[in-house]
Design a protein around this ligand. Structure first.
Ligand code: AHM
Ligand code: MG
Length: 346
């Protein structure tokens, strides 16, 4: 699937998006939303790269609604993402992992897409200049939430309606993607027609198509779990983990790789095969990762690449969220590897 081309045949993200619009796979509003997300990602990439120079490492001093310390860059990235989306004029509601509640965008002009995002995932890696990423998902417009802004509804009822319009199962996603800030800046996108990978060319600041129709290997002997939590896992999962360490027919056990950054760990899994897992444990009954901003978009991407995303028992994309910051256990990657853990957990 690697796309080797001469420097005169470059396909940028912008030209790729316009092509998809001409084919009728996305409309003009969606094209603008995706372009504005890519702009936000470029801006965040440059903030992340310069963080130690511009005093953007360390904590902000605030705690988000989920009780987590916000890093300075969490806050800045959230602002960048929100501003890019709002000024696109094509988003009706935006919901961020870093905000308490979804926001209805009053300056919306048309389109009114619903965008969910985690502006800077894995930010515990920031101060050591290790990979981080942004994750996003896009849902169809839903007028419920916006209708109320114009009449004199109370703020609370607008908020409530926004929560309802955002709480959709991943099955409804129209597009999803992530941007990884690593040795290269990689933008991965699906609009439901396969998975496309773009790499930021720092020479002229454009995302360039580098892989198309990516397929995840059917199996792969790499696992990415935070095994520090092993003692808190249930016995079935412990047995699964122990089994990965047995040298199989090949004489070699699985290899462990764990960055602690979902985007980085996922991207490696997508390309090399294997499994990423964030299970529930005695302390975190539903695991750590958020259904709306992390698990659902990644599951849409992995399925588009021929892989699987599961909570251990059911397909992530079938789960209907009941609250916006809902957490679920996640097992994601190669079909055979995800099915294997499901068997152990059954
Ligand atoms: P964050 O959204 O607060 O950054 O947390 C999500 C991150 C994921 O990127 C990563 O996979 C996971 O948390 C790592 O958690 P842990 O440090 O418990 O292994
Ligand atoms: Mg996150």
């Amino acid at each position: 699937t690697s796309k080797k081309k001469s420097s005169y045949e470059i396909v940028t993200l912008t030209t790729w998006l316009l092509k998809q619009e001409q084919r009728g796979d996305i409309d003009g509003e969606m094209t603008i939303v995706l372009a504005s997300i890519s702009t936000a990602c470029k801006q965040i990439a440059s903030l992340v790269q310069r963080a130690p120079i511009s005093d953007l490492t360390g904590v902000q001093g605030a705690v988000n609604v989920q009780g987590e310390d916000q890093k300075k860059l969490d806050v800045v990235s959230n602002e960048v993402f929100s501003n890019c989306l709002k000024s696109s004029g094509r988003t009706g509601v935006i919901a961020s992992e870093e905000e308490d509640v979804p926001v209805a965008v009053e300056e919306s002009y048309s389109g009114n897409y619903i965008v969910v995002f985690d502006p800077l995932d894995g930010s515990s890696n920031i101060d050591a200049a290790v990979s981080t990423g942004s994750i996003f998902g896009i849902y169809s417009p839903n007028d419920e939430c916006l209708a109320d802004i114009s009449d004199d509804a109370t703020l609370d009822s607008v908020e409530q309606r926004c929560v309802v319009s955002v709480c959709q199962p991943g099955n409804n996603l129209l597009a999803a993607g992530y941007c990884m800030y690593s040795s290269s800046v990689i933008f991965v996108l699906t609009i439901g027609t396969g998975v496309y990978v773009f790499t930021l060319d720092p020479m002229y600041g454009e995302f360039v198509l580098t892989q198309e129709k990516v397929q995840i290997p059917k199996a792969g002997k790499i696992y990415a779990f935070n095994e520090g939590n092993y003692a808190m896992w249930d016995d079935k999962l412990k047995k699964y983990m122990d089994s990965l360490k047995e040298p199989g027919d090949s004489g070699k056990p699985y290899s462990a790789r764990y960055i602690g950054s979902l985007v980085g760990d996922f991207h490696r899994t997508l390309l090399y095969g294997g499994i990423y897992g964030y299970p529930r444990d005695k302390k975190s009954k539903n695991g750590k990762l958020r259904l709306l901003y992390e698990c659902a978009p990644m599951s849409f991407i992995v399925e588009q690449a021929g892989g699987k995303g599961s909570d251990g028992h059911q397909r992530i994309l079938d789960i209907v969220p009941t609250e916006i910051h809902q957490r679920v256990p996640l097992f994601i990657g190669s079909v055979e590897e995800v099915e294997k853990v499901e068997k152990f957990l059954a």
